[in-house]
Design a protein around this ligand. Sequence first.
Ligand code: CU
Length: 295
Amino acid sequence: MNSWIRNAARTAAGLAGGVFGMLALAGNGAALAGTGQPSPWQINLQGAASPVMESMHSFHTFLLVIIVAVVLLVLVLLVVVMMRFNEKANPVPSRTTHHTLIEVAWTVVPVLILVAIAIPSFRLLFHQLDLPQADMTVKVTGHQWYWSYEYPDNGGFSFDSLMVATEDLKPGQPRLLAVDNEVVVPVNKIVRIQVTAADVIHSFALPSFGVKIDALPGRLNESWFQATKEGVYYGQCSELCGKDHAFMPIAIRVVSEEEFAGWVEKAKQEFAAADAPARVAQGEPVGESLGVTAR
Ligand SMILES: [Cu+2]
């Protein structure tokens, strides 16, 4: 065998191996991807903890299958062309220029593939953007560089949520993701989030819930999630918003309904007291003392 044919065969085998490897990884991606936070060597999406994110996982896997099939088909065609129609194997080339059936097929088949992708894609988009009847609302306000949260239908208290500095981390708290005051929500309840910003554009993103929505000053955006498993889920600001953009994480603790009721009672006391004006003198972030919070 010629050395270039050997090389081509080796390359083809390598490509096919890589594609099958990707498929195998997608199959057991849950083992490689953390839920609620990224994990070392993660290759897939974060684990799903809401119905929307579960649909995103299925859609992602569906697309991967289609992509792999297309890549394999193109690979096979290339190999056939290289083997059968090179100068040695086929010294007198055919002069064929048109083949109606093939031309119709290579126009219609891609259209059908795109339609097959578009239908579940739009279905998922509506699932995500069409807000169901909510059990509770949390108002989220992005600031340079922290988030504040308000519980309008649970007593109307509000609090700021700032990242825990690396030297202050407690055991089990992930670096750059843990915050001092976590958002607490009940499990299996539909939570509407109303998102805005006090200064510049931020973006409220929580991978495990399939939520990512811009926080715009002077505008109220809405999204929703239904956390299906108890635990702590982390996200980050996802719109470049200034020098500490990377240091305004989001932490949502999902608890049982009873635990949530207990937390609300505690939070009402704690955050009512913390809202006293004396706070400004204790070195609050600049936006706070200028009165630009959206409360
Ligand atoms: Cu931001």
